[in-house]
Design a protein around this ligand. Structure first.
Ligand code: SF4
Length: 473
């Protein structure tokens, strides 16, 4: 959006008003692929029977099914893979490829970084350019797309930087910053490494510069994202890169909530925990997707670990950061998952007492290691296990939320509630944007109507299974 706006395009969220429609797609699991295809087909109708003149498809579905989209959806005019972001300008017809010399200097600068030639960087951290783990996995064929018909030929190698123009799609007080891209882990259910490429970190200084600029423009909450943020800096030879980055970000004036998603279980170091504990504006919040708790399933998932190890590590987190909010997610119905292994997962969830938990049914993905292995469970069995795991967590969540009644927290007010006109809603530091429950606000001092994007002290007055009710004090 930043590149398009800088090149003079006028952006609209309404498909019916657009001359050019861009569908950004996901291809992570079957349901995401289906949703992407449904959206492309829905948007294609604006071209055949509406105002739109061009339809562009971007993102991971393009990486995976480039030729199929071309062949089967003739309404699509251009495709932009995850490694060719700057091509959005020619794809949208904003810049004619023959006149690309007319692209503004900042866009041309971003293009150079895509080609692997970043501007000279004085950073002492820029020693290595890739992780030995990633190179090793590449030799093992982890990133190969040979079995995929019609995929984009080259692995993406794109990374934006602080010079890349950006339009915030989030409310003006909150922003995501991607600090790394790609993943070198070998998880056997996952095709993200094939879709997003080898792990690579953004330059330390580039992230700081972007965060400073966002803070100056009024952003108060920053969420650092990447497939694995806890590996940040490893490709620069940097140890505890995420902890160092958080420390530096915590010093930026105006940033009130800083958090990161997602942590890899064995990458949560003492230094990282101490850094979170030491700074008021780093949220005491860790999202660590564990995926399972049975050591046998985790081994087949090529992740390692198990219930005992995870419980010790959770205890370490709770001791280092009193009151820490823990979120995790699990995959149920992984090929060959026995009743006993599922029971192990259920007992672990009861014991671990997570604040937030998500459970996903296993989705079979061609190209992932697990595709050809193990006995597949029926979709019905997978869904039944998923529901039963979620019902365990629902009880845990209900009791944990109830224990918050009467306590006070800082609340970021997000405006009128989507559930009822009579309520406002917001989040505390325990709630990451979009994913966790909500806090409904039903009372505030007379004559002091709270404003969206501002922080207020609130008292929790009631609790539901996942959501809370509060009054502003
Ligand atoms: S760490 Fe996450 S993104 Fe990387 S391979 Fe495993 S599940 Fe996929």
């Amino acid at each position: 959006m930043g590149l398009l706006a800088q090149a003079g395009a006028e952006l609209t969220p309404n498909a019916e008003d657009a001359d050019v429609i861009v569908v950004n797609t996901c291809s992570f699991i079957g349901s995401a692929q289906q949703e992407s295809i449904d959206t492309i087909l829905e948007m294609a109708r604006h071209k055949t029977g509406g105002k739109a003149k061009r339809l562009v498809v971007a993102g991971c579905l393009v990486e995976r099914f480039h030729d199929e989209i071309r062949k089967n959806i003739p309404e699509v005019d251009a495709l932009v893979g995850t490694g060719e972001l700057e091509e959005i300008l020619t794809a949208a017809g904003v810049v004619n490829p023959d006149r690309s010399a007319g692209v503004s200097p900042a866009v041309a600068g971003a293009s150079r970084s895509r080609l692997g030639q970043p501007a000279p960087d004085p950073s002492p951290f820029n020693i290595l350019t890739s992780r030995p783990e990633g190179d090793h996995r590449r030799r093992q064929g982890r990133f190969a797309r040979d079995s995929w018909d019609g995929a984009v030929a080259d692995l993406p190698n794109y990374l934006y930087d602080d010079h890349t123009p950006r339009v915030l799609a989030t409310p003006e007080y909150s922003a995501y910053i991607k600090i790394a891209e790609g993943c070198d882990h070998p998880c056997s259910f996952c095709i993200i490494p094939q879709l997003r490429g080898q792990f690579r970190s953004r330059r330390f200084e580039s992230v700081i510069a972007e965060a400073e600029r966002l803070a100056q423009s009024g952003v108060r909450e920053i969420t650092l994202i990447g497939q694995d943020t806890t590996c940040f800096g490893e490709d620069f030879g940097l140890k505890d890169g995420l902890a160092l980055l958080l420390e530096k970000l915590a010093g930026i004036e105006g940033l009130q909530w800083i958090r990161f998603l997602y942590a890899y279980p064995n990458k949560i170091t003492r230094r990282l925990l101490d850094t979170i504990a030491a700074h008021d504006n780093i949220c005491s919040y860790i999202d660590v997707p564990l995926q399972h708790a049975s050591a046998a399933v985790l081994k087949r998932m090529k992740r390692g670990g198990g219930a005992d190890l995870f419980l010790r590590s959770i205890e370490k987190m709770r001791r280092a950061i009193p009151g820490v909010t823990l979120r995790t997610s699990f995959i149920v119905g992984f090929p060959g998952e026995t009743e006993k292994e599922f029971e192990e997962l259920c007992s672990f969830v009861k014991e671990a007492d997570f604040d937030w938990m998500g459970a996903f049914g296993y989705s079979d993905q061609e190209g992932a290691g697990a595709f050809d292995h193990g006995k597949k469970l029926s979709p019905r069995e997978i869904e039944s296990r998923r529901k039963s795991l979620m019902s365990i967590q629902k009880k845990i969540s209900k009791s944990k939320k109830k224990s918050l009644v009467g306590r006070e927290f800082d609340l970021l007010l997000e405006g009128a509630s989507t559930e009822s006109d009579l309520l406002l809603e917001g989040r505390t530091a325990m709630h990451a944007p979009e994913i966790d429950g909500k806090v409904f606000v039903n009372d505030y001092p007379d004559g002091n109507e709270p404003k969206k994007g501002e922080f207020y002290r609130c008292r929790i007055t009631a609790a539901h299974d996942y959501d809370l009710v509060a009054e502003i004090v």
